[in-house]
Design a protein around this ligand. Structure first.
Ligand SMILES: Nc1ncnc2c1ncn2[C@@H]1O[C@H](COP(=O)(O)OP(=O)(O)OP(=O)(O)O)[C@@H](O)[C@H]1O
Ligand SMILES: [Mg+2]
Length: 229
């Protein structure tokens, strides 16, 4: 398939972002793209803009210049409310701080995207929970879980209902090496099985070879390039 016809999950062009009119430009990217179903390991030092880039791709943040096209949608052309609905229906997002709902049990945390968006089907709950080794924890409160277990609940919530793009922001930082590799293999296997693209941020270079592609953010980002020696 040529590059012109190959479906893309992410296509950014000429994107510039700052957190405010008087604040420095955090991202200045001539381009960044991912193909449908591709897995990409995104890395770079703390503060280089990784979480900011994920926020732009998820439509939580909006670029002040350029085009952010995700799963065929031009996010800049959508209203905030439309972007929120689109995100919930199409994206699985594993946050740096998990963002689990403390007063819901494991099952209800995982099923949250399905309750909010009819297109996210709940029928694979058992399979996903078993693959992530949390099937015995479904009725437990999330605050009773270890950090590693909470991470796997956050992954299950991102994967439920077959999103076409999964974004993970440092999801393995609290796991030991053995659990880290196992968690990542499960995430990659689940994404492959459902055909979802996976954009994964981590400082842990040991994980990089498990991905089809490795991308340094400072190498793409003209805003930080000059500051990093
Ligand atoms: N809400 C915000 N308001 C203003 N500046 C912010 C905000 N969030 C992040 N920044 C700034 O934007 C830059 C990029 O931050 P970002 O969180 O994207 O980095 P990161 O690469 O994810 O870092 P880490 O590896 O520590 O998570 C930093 O200089 C940070 O101070
Ligand atoms: Mg970050």
């Amino acid at each position: 398939m040529s590059n012109l016809t190959k479906p893309s999950s992410i296509a950014l062009e000429g994107v510039e972002f700052a957190y405010g009119p008087r604040l420095p430009v955090v991202l200045d990217l001539s381009g960044f793209a991912m193909a449908a179903g591709e897995s990409c390991f995104l890395y770079g030092p703390s503060g280089c803009g990784k979480t900011t880039l994920l926020g732009l791709i998820a439509g939580v943040l909006t670029a002040r210049r350029g085009e952010v096209r995700v799963l065929g949608q031009d996010l800049g052309a959508m209203s905030g409310a439309k972007r929120d609905a689109w995100r919930g229906a199409n994206l699985g997002y594993i946050f740096q701080m998990f963002n689990l709902i403390p007063y819901l049990n494991v099952r209800d945390n995982i099923l949250l995207p399905c309750r909010l968006h009819a297109s996210r089907k709940a029928d694979e709950l058992g399979k996903i929970a078993a693959a992530l080794g949390i099937e015995e924890l479904l009725e437990r409160g999330v605050l009773e879980l270890s950090v590693g277990q909470q991470q796997r609940v956050a992954a299950a919530r991102a994967l439920i209902g077959g999103p076409r793009l999964v974004i993970a922001d440092e999801p393995t930082s609290a796991l030991d090496t053995a659990h880290r590799e196992k968690f990542l293999e499960l995430l990659l296997t689940q994404c492959k099985a459902s055909g979802a693209a996976l954009l994964f941020v981590s400082h842990d270079q040991g994980l990089a070879p498990l991905f089809q592609r490795q991308q340094s953010l400072p190498e793409l980002n003209r805003a930080t390039k000059l500051e990093i020696v």
